[in-house]
Design a protein around this ligand. Structure first.
Ligand code: FDA
Length: 493
């Protein structure tokens, strides 16, 4: 405790040279409110083992964020960077180590500047996706941004780890659309793309920002003024198993403007949930030709603007005001645990039947997002996010009542069962669906390149080594670290 106090005091003393800088200690009134402000997984709100941060720093501008990094480094205080707080394992606001740490909360850095004429936007990390979508749509009816479905996700974590949503098949992932970034490096310098160099710029587009530095900007892409959405449910009695079996080979090969995902649930049903970047008539034509078994009818389909579709996917209702996208408390999240996979060969129908059996009565949803289209055009090493051609779809296994050990253990058993039917060598996983079961850096978050490979290859496949080499150059002292940060690989001589 004595050394903890000394670290904290010397850090605060260092920061006092940059007064006024908003810092909150456990004795400050707003500490708890701020700590819990973006707690998006209640599994950690109740966890007795979670150590609390000795400080929360909430910089109001870049210079204050810069001072925080410089002081933390000088006084060896571990810092967790938090933008939207959606990390599945809570790594932006908790640690498994008992060493003191601080949260660098970027929620005040949320400016968005859309330049429609030149086709890009600068957006600060603390902005949420809903704010970005709303601002883009206000500036132009023919632009959108291809990122995730949940509007409260923070831009900083989402884009630095990949980020995909309903435009995935036409536009790829959010990180593919980053054309410049402003970051604070381990030496406390503010750098942009030109000054950080292409290696670091490559690493922060899918490699997870928290291993390297902070802050980002993005380009927006045109979408047609009208899109069409539908959600239809099919029960087992209505042939859900057969439909999901067919979906596996059809959905990744459809017109790339069409995204049809499916969600399997414990109630014995599959929901088919879709967005088409075009009008209803054309959508009906494509579906009649390619997937007539689904039985889509014109009255299932709703035409709307792209921004209205963002609202539709956020709240699962039609006709809600677009301002709901600005509501940072829109979603309350349960205590959840999730895992992910990529599927490269269709799963046999009898196995899908068994999967429905596993899910029966459980609080688990299996979300299956189709790949293909633009994802096949980009090479695995273009950015650190490697999951491209060859994958049919991504699976997320999501238990929304995972507060008890029994639920988490069941999910692990189910994941083990699924191992025979998904990608292998390595079994791939999506960084933004973070899963500490894959492995983590123990004690003080120090680990070697070889130890990190266990989980690093699953997230990054062949890009893991380059990420470790970049880390070895930009942060050899491993200042930016957490339970799944990239270990530095230092080449001698
Ligand atoms: P958070 O602030 O927790 O950060 C996540 C990680 O990034 C942490 O390690 C953090 O330290 C680091 N980080 C954050 N900001 C940084 C910065 N500025 N610089 C450096 N490092 C930084 N994903 C998806 O692709 N599509 C989807 O549709 C969804 N949907 C979805 C719904 C819900 C309810 C949840 C909880 C999550 C998703 N996700 C998702 C996953 C989401 O993309 C992922 O959790 C992101 O990392 C969240 O980013 P935040 O900034 O909110 O998280």
């Amino acid at each position: 405790i004595a050394s903890q106090n000394t670290t904290q005091e010397s850090f605060l003393h260092c920061l006092s040279h940059h007064h006024p800088l908003p810092t909150y200690t456990p004795n400050t009134t707003s500490y708890n409110t701020l700590l819990n402000s973006t707690f998006h997984n209640l599994r950690f709100a109740t966890s007795a083992s979670a150590a609390e941060p000795v400080l929360i720093i909430a910089p109001a501008d870049e210079a204050q964020a810069q001072a925080s990094v410089a002081c933390a480094r000088a006084h060896r205080l571990n810092v967790r960077i938090r933008s939207g707080g959606h990390d599945y394992e809570g790594l932006s606001y908790r640690t498994l180590s008992d060493r003191p740490f601080a949260i660098l909360d970027l929620s005040n850095l949320r400016e968005i500047d859309v330049d429609v004429e030149n086709g890009f936007a600068w957006v600060q990390s603390g902005a949420i996706l809903g704010e970005l979508y709303y601002k883009v749509a206000q500036a132009s009816k023919t632009h959108g941004f291809p990122a995730g479905l949940c509007p409260t996700i923070g831009v900083g974590g989402h884009l630095s780890g990949g980020g995909f949503g309903t435009m995935l098949r036409q536009q790829g992932i959010a990180a593919d659309h980053v054309i410049d970034a402003r970051v604070i490096d381990a030496r406390g310098r503010i750098l942009d793309r030109a000054s950080m160099g292409e290696d670091l710029f490559w690493a922060i587009r899918g490699g997870g920002g928290a291993s390297f530095c902070v802050i980002i900007s993005y380009k927006v892409f045109p979408v047609p003024p009208t899109v069409t959405v539908f959600t239809i449910n099919r029960t087992l009695a209505q042939g859900a198993t057969r439909l999901v079996h067919k979906w596996q080979t059809v959905a990744p090969r459809l017109d790339r403007r069409l995204f049809v995902r499916t969600l399997l649930s414990g109630s014995g049903a599959a929901a088919f949930n879709s967005m088409f970047l075009g009008a209803r008539e054309e959508l009906m034509r494509i579906m009649d030709q390619r997937f007539p078994e689904l039985g889509l009818k014109a009255e299932d389909c709703f035409e709307m603007s792209w921004i209205e579709s963002a609202v539709y996917f956020a709240v699962s209702k039609i006709g809600q005001p677009t301002e709901v996208l600005l509501d940072r408390s829109l979603s309350t999240y349960p205590a959840f645990k999730a895992k992910s996979d990529f599927v490269r060969e269709p799963i046999p129908e009898e196995v899908l039947e068994a999967i429905f059996g596993w899910l029966k009565g459980k609080t688990v949803v299996m979300l299956m997002d189709p790949w293909g289209g633009r994802m096949d055009d980009v090479s695995e090493s273009e950015i650190p996010f490697p999951h491209r051609a060859g994958n049919l779809y991504n699976i997320q296994y999501y238990d929304y009542m995972a507060s008890s050990k029994g639920h988490v253990e069941w999910l692990r058993r189910f994941y083990e069962y699924m191992g025979a039917y998904v990608s292998k060598g390595p079994r791939r996983a999506y960084l933004n669906y973070r899963d500490l079961d894959l492995g983590w850096n123990e004690e003080g978050n120090e680990t070697s390149f070889e130890e990190g490979e266990v989980w690093g290859r699953k997230y990054f496949v062949g890009n893991y080594e380059r990420l470790a080499l970049v880390k070895g150059v930009v942060d050899p002292g491993n200042f930016f670290r957490n339970e799944q940060s990239i270990p530095p690989l230092i080449v001698k001589g």
